[in-house]
Design a protein around this ligand. Sequence first.
Ligand code: G3P
Length: 218
Amino acid sequence: MKFFLDTANLKEIQEAVELGVLDGVTTNPSLMAKEGIKGTDAVMSHYKQICEIVDGDVSAEVIATDFEGMIREGEALAELHPNIVVKVPMIKEGVKAIRYFSDKGIKTNCTLIFSAGQALLAAKAGATYVSPFVGRLDDIGHDGLQLVQQIVDIFSNYGYPTQVLAASVRHVPHLLQCAELGADVVTCPLSVITGLLNHPLTDKGLATFLADHQKANS
Ligand code: G3P
């Protein structure tokens, strides 16, 4: 299973790289805005910096919602670095854009997936990744993990190469359940990845080991 960090924060990306478990990064316009990155030049330069920190796929989202605009933006993004994945929203024009990028060998991540039908359509268009939003479905009383399961099953039935990238993963149980369901990738905040470290018995056991060592050696 691949771990992607869902952030545009360079410090957090660096920290996850240093932990040695990071496979890529996903961003979106909200996350870029959160870091105060505005204007095309700043946005492009920020994506380049992310690509220089992490050795793995980096999703960069188009802002345009028309086919020509998405192609223009996506091609400019793809030229920035070989690891850029063009993130395209699940809309009709987006499906056409995914087909266009796929035919040109440009990787894509179809975002804002909230149904299995949308995921199937994106896979048919040749998306590299589909991003079902687990937490946002849970937020409205649906079962986000059930959607991940459905998509994993459908892709496996037909051997689609499109990878299931579980997004909007908010906490450790989400991540672990995605792993059980066979999602190819999870993207989440750094706190969810570091949350995997925690167990009170580990802390207690280590404290005892160190105390016993101290006693024996004093
Ligand atoms: O990758 C999509 C993700 O950023 C959405 O997460 O927590 O805003 O629903 P969230």
